[in-house]
Design a binder for this molecule. Structure first.
Ligand code: V55
Ligand code: FE
Length: 490
């Protein structure tokens, strides 16, 4: 068996861990708010075996599902398990990697051709009492929310036609419907996108297919109260390149970006395409909402190019990470227009991992949180994650233009994406829970969960849990209140 490549994707905080664990009775230091009772699920990519190709990266890692539960007695439990995907089991069986490059099955071993190669490593999605580990290149895997045992690939009881489902779903806070899409819905490098609506009971109510302007990496989308919004940025796939053993994605700076807009319950033939700037890219949207004049606002963490060096460089784009420009950016369109261009406004700083209260999804909102790099940090950032450096400044943004609030970490520490825990107290903004990684020695790390007052992040954590297990950086997380877990297991 080979060793892991000595690249930043497998070194330091990114060093593979690959150990399942279950730890109970962890001490919660400080005052854990009584509202923070439930489970914080996280998706953590962690390759079980050294990759077949040395240029492999974070996005190919086998999905691990992790749970941090805050118990009624004020203690916490931690568990992490591999999602037993068909791919993970096939590699475990052989004792080595059999699947090749990121999203290129032409580079897989001959005897695993046709085996589901998704790694279920991006988002734990909770809906209708089910926990799904999702990744955009395939269908999600369902896992047991208590034992974390893998229950199998989920196709909504045989109803889903799309071969893929995004890791970035949206849930309407009023109807409790789940909105999602799958791109490359009928195969590699296809322009087919499936737009799906799932009822609050978990049944697939509608699936409609449309063509994107080109085959793009459609990582996230969003819904407003009345519309579904599909951004298209020019990180593109090409079947001939894949057949030749190349990379799934190249970024194309000269191609236009687009925003597709359709009525949420409309027919896909009603999609209108609005043109955006050339060459830009965003992984994550903060929200979309309609104003009183009927204009539609789409708020995304937009960058001047793809944020990942392992996508830029094979595309011939060589930039230092600090030369990637970005800003929280609003695109405004008139959804009743036939076509047009987006009107672009910068509304916030560079960064990523935007979070809003689930109750404000698709509605006007007054504040949100995101991660960024602290321009005033004295000392190096913590190396890790797919970009190579961990974000070290948490912001609370006032969407009406007031000053942001910030919580800075010291050198050699980083934030993972927080989850928001709502409060029932009128006027209270709720809580954030986030894992903070700190490097304290040569390959020695401390991992803590911090609980913050979401309206007063600058005060620092109100409670902390140290997790005595080596952790790799997460991608996304999901908060599930204890009452929902209890209802699902009843
Ligand atoms: C992202 C993550 C993925 C992926 C595509 O963070 C994009 C963005 C963890 O997997 O497959
Ligand atoms: Fe994402």
């Amino acid at each position: 068996m080979g060793a892991f490549p000595q690249t930043l994707y497998f070194a330091g905080l990114n060093e593979p861990v690959g150990q399942e664990a279950s730890l109970t009775g962890l001490t919660v230091e400080g005052a854990l708010p009584p509202e923070v009772r439930g489970s914080f699920y996280r998706a953590v990519p962690d390759p079980a075996f050294p990759p077949k190709f040395a240029n492999d990266h974070t996005l190919s890692g086998d999905g691990m599902v992790s749970r941090l539960s805050f118990n009624a007695d004020g203690t916490a439990d931690f568990a992490i398990c591999f999602v037993e995907t068909a791919r993970y089991l096939a590699e475990k069986d052989a004792g080595h990697a059999r699947f090749g490059k990121y999203r290129n099955p032409f580079t897989d071993d001959a005897d695993v051709q046709g085996v589901d190669r998704t790694v279920a490593n991006t988002t734990p999605v909770w809906h209708a009492g089910r926990l799904l580990m999702a990744k955009e290149d395939g269908r999600p895997y369902r896992v047991d929310p208590v034992t974390l045992e893998t229950l199998g690939s989920h196709d909504f009881g045989g109803a889903l036609k799309s071969e893929t489902m995004t890791a970035h779903v949206r849930i309407d806070p009023v109807t409790k419907e789940l909105f999602f899409y799958g791109y490359e819905a009928d195969g590699l490098a296809s322009t087919k996108v499936a737009y799906c609506v799932v009822g609050p009971d978990g049944a697939l109510k509608s699936e409609q297919w449309f063509d994107a302007p080109y085959c793009a990496m459609m990582h996230d989308f969003t819904v407003s109260e009345n519309y579904a919004l599909f951004p298209i940025y020019p990180t593109t796939a090409d079947l001939e390149r894949l057949k030749a053993g190349g990379e799934h994605w190249h970024h194309e700076p000269d191609l236009d970006s687009w925003l597709g807009v359709m009525p949420r319950y409309g027919d896909v033939s009603e999609i209108r395409w609005f043109k955006g700037p050339k060459g830009v890219h965003s992984y994550h949207m903060m929200n979309a909402w309609e104003d009183e004049a009927g204009l539609l606002h789409f708020d995304a963490c937009l960058n001047s190019t793809n944020a990942f060096a392992f996508i830029r460089e094979p595309s011939g784009i060589f930039l230092q990470p600090w030369d990637v420009q970005g800003a929280l950016t609003r695109w405004t369109v008139d959804p009743k227009a036939e076509s047009g261009e987006v009107k672009e406004t910068v509304i916030g700083p560079p960064g990523d991992f935007p979070v809003i209260p689930a109750a404000r999804q698709g509605r006007p909102y007054t504040h949100g949180w995101m991660l960024t790099m602290n321009p005033e940090l004295q000392g190096p950032p913590l190396l890790g994650g797919p970009v190579g450096a961990m974000f070290n400044l948490l912001l609370r943004l006032d969407m009406r233009g007031g000053p942001p609030q910030a919580l800075a970490l010291p050198a050699m520490a980083g934030f993972n994406e927080p989850v928001h825990v709502p409060s029932v107290t009128e006027g209270h903004e709720g809580w954030l829970v986030t894992i903070v990684d700190s490097q304290v020695g040569d390959n020695v790390f401390v991992h803590e969960a911090w609980v913050l007052d979401a309206g007063n992040i600058a005060a620092g954590p109100v409670a902390k849990v140290t997790i005595p297990h080596r952790l790799r950086p997460q991608v996304h997380g999901w908060w599930v209140p204890q009452a929902e877990l209890d209802a699902a297991s009843a």
